[in-house]
Design a protein around this ligand. Sequence first.
Ligand code: HEC
Ligand code: HEC
Length: 221
Amino acid sequence: MNKLLTTVFALAVACVTVASHAQEIKGDAKAGQKKIDMCIGCHGIVGYQASFPEVYKVPKISGQGAKYIVAALNAYKKGERKHPTMRGIADSLSDQDMADVAAYYSVHGVVEGAALPATATVQPSPEVDALLKKAACVSCHGANFAKPIDPSYPKIAGQNADYLYVALKAYKTENNPNVGRSNGVMGAIAKQFSNAELKALAKYVSSLEGDLKTVPESKFR
Ligand code: HEC
Ligand code: HEC
């Protein structure tokens, strides 16, 4: 194993330890349903676009793993993920609120018993395959990019390509007060690639079949 991967895995283990610490609060999907009015104006509209730091479709969060949703919300709250809007929203949520909305979204739109294929449904081009192998993406995100090795890691198969690209670039961004993600694992990985390579990776991962969806929701439920 090369030095970078050793560092990355050491960091990954450190992250899991921290995450498992904060996971003692149990989420309730029913309670969560009453707390998502603030979310559906963006995450409940198919194709809804954010305009900061560039125009891209907001991430699909229905079907995402609950532990990862909580981890992401905490990262916005603490400023480890810089995004002024999501920070403001996460700031207004208690630990219990986060656990509840995460429990809600993790089962939202998921079809009971519908199993995903174990491996990627689309073969990468030789160029993309080389990029995937260079950073061993499947070793953490799973062979189908929809079943990560740890529930606090994101499912990324089928996520919006433009969002994945913005997210990957954010891991490379430093010294910007409003843009950037301080996650050490993905930072070490994203910095190995040019933006054109990150775009190709995002496009490929987005083309795969996965659990993630945007489920249209009305204010009048
Ligand atoms: C004004 C639009 C808007 C609202 C309202 C909003 N979000 Fe977001 N959300 C975004 C955008 C844009 C991003 C991507 C931010 C980034 O680039 O990191 C995001 C990111 C996220 C992520 C991270 C997704 C990932 O794949 O890492 C989660 C989880 C999330 N939002 C949950 C929520 C929840 C829960 C609510 C309601 C309590 C909510 N959001 C309300 C726009 C919004
Ligand atoms: C050592 C484990 C590991 C490896 C290897 C890895 N990732 Fe990640 N990835 C993670 C973790 C953990 C996160 C969540 C980081 C955070 O909290 O922002 C993540 C986040 C992401 C995100 C952001 C998802 C979102 O919804 O915001 C993308 C995109 C991504 N990874 C793509 C990749 C790609 C492409 C590769 C290979 C080039 C890769 N990852 C390799 C662990 C890994």
